[in-house]
Design a protein around this ligand. Sequence first.
Ligand SMILES: Nc1ncnc2c1ncn2[C@@H]1O[C@H](COP(=O)(O)OP(=O)(O)OP(=O)(O)O)[C@@H](O)[C@H]1O
Ligand SMILES: [Mg+2]
Length: 349
Amino acid sequence: MGNTIELDHVSKAFDGKTVIHGLSAAFEDGEFIAILGPSGCGKSTMLSMIAGLERITSGRILIGGTEVQNKAPKDRGCAMVFQNYALYPHMSVRENIGYALKVAGVPKEERHRRIAEAARVVELGDYLDRRPSALSGGQRQRVAIARAIVREPKVLLFDEPLSNLDAKLRHGMRMELSQLHRRIGATSVFVTHDQIEAMTLAGRVMLLNAGRIEQFASPHDLYHRPASTFVASFIGAPPMNLITVTGDGSALRLPDGTILADHGHTGGVTLGIRPEKIVTGAGTLLAKVLYREDLGSHCSLLVQLGGGQTILIASPFGTEIGAFDEIRFHFPTEQIHLFDTETGLRANS
Ligand SMILES: Nc1ncnc2c1ncn2[C@@H]1O[C@H](COP(=O)(O)OP(=O)(O)OP(=O)(O)O)[C@@H](O)[C@H]1O
Ligand SMILES: [Mg+2]
């Protein structure tokens, strides 16, 4: 079985209010999974239930094929890294990393070997005698990670471990975490509300919405084949444009009759197109730019369609376009996503 994790109809209620609704999923041995979603969707609760810090209300959790939902946290073989990693300020890096081993009564020689190995993995070998106060934020975060991996856990659980770091450090730590995972190979579950973190680190991303799975798929599929309008507007920055249209069997039209794209769909539907997939400079659509943001590599243009609805276009040629200019553009048919307007679920294959 290896170190698989299975969530079998897991539910959680606080004071009678359900926050996780019968969630089922399976993580493979050695996989790097991200749990992504907006604030309050249940990410931390889900992770705490895997770790055993929070009891489940119903369902089963299996680690390596064994039911663990009634086991104490220390008997589940998980180690957790939190956003607020709370190192012991009066202890050296070495003592911080080795504390859990000392408490567990691991003999001194083995303790030192394992501390040295964990410090090597996070590249803190030269810092073992320092106090946390003499480390940078990123180095402190690495001590927290070393403290987790020194226990040689079957499963590594991370709850927003990078969100206290500045943007540059976060990028560096992302690459380090990714390499670390390749080196130690523990099944890893990483909670974040940052889509970039989820998309870059994880092999698969579980996107939660109000305690339910919206989509559990590879980063590629989340971006290219979003299962719902929720996923479509959560993944990607700026988010996908969603436009209510009607198909007549050969084209998708706005209420005023304007043809937005050629397509065989018939009936009312929500058309999705990413700002960066709209082609500017040619095409049958013409609109006035209401607002322009120059982001260096491209420009973000807000334009108004017939009928008043606004959409965003990300254009590499944006700098040649002024605010209040009219631009030509078109929606390539192969870039069009269709969603059921009532349910929000994906409607095209
Ligand atoms: N101990 C608790 N008692 C009551 N309600 C709780 C408790 N812990 C969490 N909740 C509720 O459960 C829901 C999910 O919370 P959770 O902390 O898992 O969200 P999250 O996805 O981690 O959010 P964030 O991104 O803000 O950290 C929220 O509505 C929250 O208010
Ligand atoms: Mg949380």
